[in-house]
Design a protein around this ligand. Structure first.
Ligand code: GLU
Length: 439
């Protein structure tokens, strides 16, 4: 293990994954070099007038990693820890993800270094509109298409679409079809051109992938699960698992969580209700029958402990870099389904592989979100409106196909699912380069 990998820098970690796969297939060095640097790195700063009258300088990024297969595509996050290395890693992972789920997009990612939970709604809207203006010259339905990510949602995407449209009109009203203008971002509200099923799509895609894996491995249900994260991804996935023969033994949000002390998992509807009432899962004392157990204590599990529980499946569905060289040896689950982006450091990855733990990589496990983003983009571009049934059927088809393709390479080359995923991505990127880009 080299120094640079030990420091867990996110972009270095992403490059480690890329290099590992490149070695296996003798990937051309010059192409690897190109893929190791984003094509464009945009840094923005703008002043935000706070409700108090004070001015706060807001800082952020949009990294456009690669566009060989189509417009850059990936989310925008609002988080105090946003930094350039993280956004570069996230953009690279989007390139890989979009290749794997076979949507005609390249990879990009952006973010603002801010805690949106400390902003009023007015400040949040103003900040988002300013961010949209800063990004406007570099985004567009056929150039770069942002979407929701950590702490951003359909309302924020609606503001960006609206601001972008206003700007285009102000700047001479270039004649672009109104639907196509809306395709500048995905993950919008349904009334504003969003797609049915987009909100649940990441969780739904993860569920389809896990079901496929369970069948492939011949595992018998019920299977026990611990989920770190109860945001848009974790909560929808938890509900699907709970309804389909999985027992959710522990679940947490940013402040910590709860663990079931009985053999039965939580009823997720009750967890949702409690979180809604109390604000945080750690405040939930009684969830269904669980509080009948006298041992049960309020908010009894930390976000670190939840990773080490003796369950069949561990699902990190919050932030990156949570599974590290330090805690990886203590992980007892046989399967890790990475619903967050980059939850496992390169150092941890090696330990997990050595310990025989199957890690379904983020770029496959959570590709349902961008897959339905693609459906949304397609509906906007073609002036269509798909039913929820059509969205979910096509989503399942796409993620199951991606899973099967990755699994085939994993078996053939006897590598981890992550390396197999990167091998497949590199093969397709090379093809795109040769067909479309090469001078
Ligand atoms: N932010 C999501 C991801 O990391 C979705 C990206 C998108 O829909 O463009 O995959």
């Amino acid at each position: 293990m080299t120094e640079e990998h030990m420091n867990n820098d996110p972009f270095e970690g992403a490059l480690t994954q890329l290099n590992k796969a490149a070695k296996i297939i003798d990937f051309p060095d010059e192409l690897l070099q190109i893929l190791s640097t984003p094509q464009r790195q945009i840094e923005v700063s703008f002043p935000l007038k706070m409700d108090s009258g004070k001015i706060q300088l807001i800082h952020g990024y949009r990294i456009q990693h690669n566009n060989w297969r189509g417009p850059y595509k990936g989310g925008l996050r609002y988080h105090p820890d946003v930094n350039k290395s993280e956004v570069k890693a996230l953009a690279l992972w989007m390139t890989i993800k979009n290749v794997i789920c076979d949507v005609p997009f390249g990879g990009g990612k952006g973010g603002l270094e801010i805690d949106p939970k400390n902003l009023s709604k007015k400040e949040l809207e103003e900040m988002t509109r300013q961010f949209a203006r800063s990004l406007a010259p570099n985004i567009g339905s056929e150039l770069d298409v942002p979407a929701p990510d950590v702490n951003t949602n359909s309302l924020i995407m609606d503001w960006i679409a609206d601001e972008y449209e206003k700007l285009r009109i102000e700047n001479g009203g270039l004649k672009i079809d109104a639907n196509k203008l809306k395709a500048v971002v995905t993950g919008k509200s349904i009334k504003n051109g969003g797609s049915e099923g987009r909100e649940e799509a990441t969780g739904m895609g993860g569920f389809f992938v896990l079901e496929e894996l369970v069948n492939k491995m011949g595992l018998k249900k019920p299977l026990t699960v611990a989920i770190q994260g109860f945001g848009n991804v974790g909560s929808h996935l938890a509900k699907l698992l709970c309804d389909n023969g999985f027992e959710i033994m522990a679940i947490s949000d940013s402040r910590g969580g709860v663990r079931s002390r009985t053999e039965k998992g939580f009823n997720i509807d009750l967890v949702k209700k409690c979180k809604l009432e109390k604000g945080f899962i750690s405040e939930c004392y009684c969830i269904g029958s669980v509080c009948d157990n006298p041992d049960d204590v309020k908010g009894d599990i930390s976000n670190e402990t939840i990773l080490k529980l003796p369950v069949d499946i561990l699902i990190p569905a919050a932030m990156e870099g949570v599974i590290t060289g330090e805690n990886a040896p203590d992980i007892k689950a046989n399967i890790i389904l990475e619903m967050a982006n980059g939850p496992t450091t390169a150092e941890a990855d090696e330990i997990l592989e050595k310990n025989g733990i199957i890690v379904v990589p983020d770029v496959l496990a959570n590709s349902g979100g961008v897959t339905v983003s693609y459906f949304e983009w397609l509906q906007n571009m073609n002036g269509e409106k798909w039913s929820l049934e059509k969205v979910n059927t096509q989503l399942k088809e796409k993620v199951v196909k991606a899973f099967e393709e990755v699994w085939k390479i994993k078996e053939e080359k006897k590598v981890s699912p992550r390396t197999a995923t990167y091998v497949l991505a590199l093969q397709r990127l090379k093809e795109a380069y040769t067909k479309v880009v090469q001078p």
